[in-house]
Design a protein around this ligand. Structure first.
Ligand code: SF4
Ligand SMILES: [Zn+2]
Ligand SMILES: [Zn+2]
Length: 314
């Protein structure tokens, strides 16, 4: 049997199919970290004195992100801290919160947990039950995604961050681009990048240092670093269009390695060609938040339930 070796001479344990590289464990970890560093430099994601909030769910992406950013905090003269959102899904969320606390503690990173209950007065479970009792047939994830996004922004403002780093990986980005194409939403597709094309008033800019790391490699990175993988499935999860797109892209990637990179690169090229076409930023007439519509999705959802769209974070 032929033993495949890494460039450094050690036995390889991972074959990166899209590039043909064979890597040992040590070189694999370094190469993931180097790619993240390159993304940060090339896209100018950070500047000295940035106070960066990592949105830390406790899942593998955000754990990898926190781990890598904690290593480069000094090099960039930035300050990193983490916030975990507790949506309030009993039997599911506790595990992620515990992992997040443990990892942030081990890395010596300042960490806060912010809940839907304290911010909105209701947990996701309560909001979902309220919606069902009023005959509003929307998925738990619809409420969760919109409310979480707003809360991350409010937490960033409250804790003094000037940037939010999220764990979106290559697979997430390729899927979103594909979905936007299916919906013919070119504007949204070109706005998607490692950092925002425009600064929006009242919205702390989000950056995505893991945008060019495949999901599979993030899982391996976290495993090699010895951090726990958060396995539990949320009871509200339902088959979605994204799941179908994920399956399709995984099948294509299997037969044509590098496809996900090509999709993201194509969107990057389009974005640099069309960035002048990004229209004026609109603001919600009810709550004043940046929004593509007259009334933002959050105000729309909460008014369906007769709730106020104020976020209370004391
Ligand atoms: S699966 Fe849906 S409801 Fe559950 S945490 Fe994720 S977005 Fe929220
Ligand atoms: Zn090696
Ligand atoms: Zn609004």
């Amino acid at each position: 049997m032929t033993i495949i070796r890494c460039n450094c001479g050690n036995d390889a344990f991972y074959l990166r199919r899209h590039s043909g590289e064979a890597l040992c464990k040590k070189c694999f970890v370094r190469s993931v970290e180097r790619t993240v560093l390159r993304t940060i430099k090339r896209e100018s994601l950070f500047e000295p004195k940035d106070r960066i909030m990592v949105a830390l769910s406790g899942g593998k992406d955000s754990i990898a992100l926190l781990c890598i950013l904690s290593k480069i905090e000094r090099r960039y003269d930035t300050e990193i801290f983490a916030v975990t959102i507790d949506e309030g899904v009993r039997g599911y969320r506790e595990e992620g919160i515990n992992i997040a606390k443990k990892v942030a503690g081990e890395l010596g990173i300042e960490h806060y947990v912010v809940s839907f209950k304290e911010a909105y007065g209701n947990s996701l479970e309560e909001i979902y039950n309220m919606a069902s009792s009023k005959g509003v047939k929307l998925l738990g994830c619809t409420f969760c995604g919109v409310l979480r996004r707003r809360l991350i922004n409010e937490a960033a403002i409250k804790f003094g961050a000037n940037k939010v780093a999220t764990g979106h990986n290559l697979d997430d980005e390729a899927q979103t681009i594909f979905i936007n194409l299916m919906r013919s939403d070119v504007a949204r597709m070109i706005r998607l990048g490692a950092k925002p094309l425009k600064i929006r008033k009242g919205f702390v800019p989000r950056v995505k240092p893991l945008r060019y790391i495949p999901e599979k490699e993030i899982g391996i990175y976290v495993y090699l670093k010895g951090y726990p993988l958060y396995e539990r499935e949320c009871p509200y999860v339902r088959a979605s269009l994204r799941d179908e797109v994920r399956d399709i892209l995984n099948r294509i990637e299997q037969r044509h390695p590098g496809t996900k990179f090509s999709i993201v690169r194509a969107a990057d090229k389009l974005s640099s060609l069309l960035k002048g076409e990004v229209g004026e930023i609109k603001y919600c007439q009810k709550c004043g938040s940046p929004s593509g519509r007259e009334v933002c999705r959050m105000c729309e959802l909460l008014s369906l339930l007769g709730l106020n769209s104020e976020v209370y974070l004391n």
